[in-house]
Design a protein around this ligand. Structure first.
Ligand code: FES
Length: 155
């Protein structure tokens, strides 16, 4: 692979408005550098993130996803992050069942004061997904009429 066509992953980050988004903003205002592969979608709370949002992001070309919100006990809607964590525990095996490597989706807690943690987390997500390579299952499904070589990432 040449330097010009080196794979750069597209990461979609679903962030709660109150904690992680503010933490990412703090990193920006603090002029901390992180990899520019991320596109942020700001939502009121991780508790409102429908798993279909994540599937839709993959369908639209994401190679990896980060979901991040307030630390346990800090959710501005009391228990939204607990609901999100429970949902993730159910969703992860479902991803594996569908043949999607669960390492393509990561979940974290980052507060408004943790700009450095945002930088470390998003760089880690980008590096992990870069190592996994592009997520092409949806593109393959769209050409299933002419090509039946859809395979699982999880074996
Ligand atoms: Fe941040 Fe609920 S308000 S996770």
């Amino acid at each position: 692979m040449t330097e010009e066509n080196k794979f750069e992953p597209r990461i979609v980050a679903f962030l709660c408005n109150w904690c992680t988004y503010a933490g990412a903003d703090l990193a920006g205002t603090g002029r901390k550098e992180y990899q520019a592969n991320v596109r942020v979608i700001k939502l009121p709370c991780t508790g409102g993130i429908d798993p279909l949002f994540l599937i839709k992001a993959f369908e639209r070309g994401a190679d990896g996803i980060l979901v991040s919100g307030c630390h346990p006990g800090d959710c501005h809607y009391n228990s939204g992050n607990y609901h999100a964590r429970r949902r993730w525990n159910v969703y992860k095996p479902l991803l594996e069942f569908c043949g999607i490597n669960p390492d393509r989706i990561q979940f974290s807690w980052i507060s408004a004061a943790e700009g450095a943690k945002w930088v470390e987390t998003i760089n880690g997500v980008v590096d992990t997904v870069r190592a996994l390579g592009p997520f092409e299952n949806y593109q393959k499904l769209n050409t299933i009429g002419s090509d039946t070589s859809v395979s699982s990432e999880t074996g």
